[in-house]
Design a protein around this ligand. Structure first.
Ligand code: ADP
Ligand code: TYD
Length: 206
């Protein structure tokens, strides 16, 4: 049993991570916890550079982008102002929308996944999630949600890409099943049902 947890939400684009981060925050606050929610890529200087690459404003080799995510994650953990480690020390339960499994899944498609895992070893040794919750949604469902969302579809958000990222997530989870606490939750349901399922997975740890 712990007083505060570090929870990572993972899933393909449009799986409902940001929706569920907010719902989990509300539920845990209602239980009397102090909650801090955060996301990757961050809003810090390295995260901002990553976003401009993702928007196509800056061209960069995939391997260099994977390196930027490594640096962004270390800043996310270690930042003296609002780093995750500091927030945990202050007693917050921290929920992050994406953590290192996103790197394994997204960059593992372009390069050797073991390299990506090794490159993130510092983050993993600094802080492993108490639980990584994978919101498992069918790529077709996710695609429909992305099309209905009032935002422009990113060029990389194709059905084929969503399928291959899901497959890479599964490969990474299988590879690290012995060292990481990973739970799959059915993401094809209603927002409320998913939120209940996710909460059930963390409640017994508190
Ligand atoms: P992500 O952060 O994983 O990209 P979002 O939380 O932004 O996903 O959700 C993508 C879109 O799908 C949003 O428009 C959101 O309102 C909608 N959405 C989220 N969860 C569900 C759900 N369970 N059922 C239907 N639509 C959903
Ligand atoms: P995000 O803003 O979470 O997008 P969405 O809300 O659509 O899920 O993430 C932006 C993109 O960054 C997303 O396509 C996944 C990618 N990404 C990586 O390629 N590597 C990483 O390590 C992380 C954290 C994200």
């Amino acid at each position: 049993m712990k007083d505060n947890l570090f929870i990572a939400l993972e899933g393909i684009d449009g799986s409902g991570k940001s929706t569920q981060t907010k719902l989990m925050e509300q539920s845990l606050i209602a239980r009397g916890l102090k909650v801090y929610t955060t996301f990757e890529p961050t809003n810090g200087p390295i995260g901002s550079m990553i976003r401009s690459v993702l928007r196509g404003e800056m061209k960069m080799d995939d391997r260099a982008v994977a390196g930027l995510f490594v640096a962004d994650r270390l800043d996310h953990l270690l930042n003296e102002q609002d780093g995750i480690l500091k927030k945990l020390e202050e007693g917050y339960t921290v929920i992050t929308d994406r953590y290192y499994f996103s790197s394994y899944a997204y960059h593992g498609a372009h390069m050797d996944m073991d390299w990506v895992i090794a490159a993130n070893a510092m983050s993993a040794s600094l802080l492993r999630p108490d639980v990584t919750l994978f919101i498992d949604v069918a790529p077709e469902v996710s695609m429909t949600r992305l099309q209905e969302r009032n935002e422009k579809i990113e060029i990389y958000e194709t059905l084929d890409n969503l399928r291959s990222v899901r497959a890479k997530y599964v490969e990474a989870f299988e590879k690290l099943a012995g060292t990481e606490n990973i739970v799959f939750v059915d993401g094809n349901n209603s927002r409320e049902a998913i939120s209940r399922d996710l909460l059930r997975q963390v409640e017994h740890m508190l």
